[in-house]
Design a protein around this ligand. Structure first.
Ligand code: C5P
Length: 245
């Protein structure tokens, strides 16, 4: 079992805060404010492309890291990318399930090998199934047929079969995926909005407590915390709501 999958997570450990900015100083300030308060920071392509691995180290300052770079390439290249990512000691890394069986197996194997070589805890390797920004007509256009939820479940099962630890999924997919993939499969869920926060551009949202009650393991929360006047106070409010259930 991974250090990061101790079974029952504490409320605060479930919260991964998305640092969606190219601005290193801003990301570092938010992260410093939240240190020890939440489960970790999520860093994606915007920040990474602007600031690189050294920027990531500076921004997260030792906190658990979800490195959200969604690798999708030939197996050899993805394996290399995962090995390089392991130098940042991430808690979670991810790939696109559409990269297929050999790519996902190579990713899982690379994470195992690199973490042994570096003597670090193995990161969870999770998959993105279908991007939630795609609707049925977008999927038809790229040749992906059938009901979205069926494709999501099929891709999650494939990821599990390839040795991956979980998937990123929308709140509305939690129940079907928990059913299909069992209790140990990690479900990492963005699109989370406390009742008191702005919905913004997120269309299908759930509150933190609803998402955990539905079976989410980790909650990816961006603007409700990062754009709050007082990010630490917003994080504490979310934690208190989770603890109330
Ligand atoms: O600010 P907000 O809470 O909407 O941020 C959510 C984070 O989760 C962003 O980093 C966004 O890119 C990511 N995400 C998402 N919806 C998905 C997948 C990822 O909002 N389906």
């Amino acid at each position: 079992m991974n250090e990061y999958s101790p079974g029952i997570l504490k409320a605060r450990e479930r919260i991964l805060v998305a640092l969606d900015t190219p601005d290193l100083a801003r990301a570092a300030a938010i992260s410093e404010d939240l240190k020890g308060l939440v489960g970790g920071m999520k860093i994606g392509k915007e920040f990474f492309t602007a600031n690189g691995p050294d920027g990531v180290r500076a921004a997260v300052s030792g906190q658990p890291l979800f490195l959200d770079l969604k690798f999708h390439d030939i197996p050899n290249t993805v394996a290399g990318a995962i090995r390089s990512a392991c130098h940042l000691h991430p808690m979670i890394v991810n790939v696109h399930a559409a990269g297929g069986r050999a790519m996902m197996q190579a990713a899982a194997e690379a994470a195992r090998e690199a973490s042994e070589d570096l003597e670090i805890e193995r990161p969870l390797v999770i998959a993105v199934t279908l991007l939630t920004s795609l609707d049925q007509s977008d999927l038809d256009e790229v040749g992906i047929k059938g009901p979205v939820q069926d494709r999501v479940v099929a891709l999650a099962r494939l990821a599990q079969d390839c040795g991956l630890d979980g998937v990123v999924c929308s709140a509305r997919e939690i129940a079907a995926l928990r059913d299909a993939c069992g209790p140990a499969f990690k479900l990492v869920v963005p699109g989370i909005r406390p009742a008191w926060s702005e919905t913004g551009d997120q269309k299908r949202v759930m509150t933190p407590a609803q998402a955990v009650a539905s079976g989410a393991d980790y909650l990816v929360i961006g603007r409700p915390i990062s754009a709050a006047a007082d990010p630490a106070a917003a994080a504490k409010r979310v934690i208190a709501e989770l603890e109330e259930g």
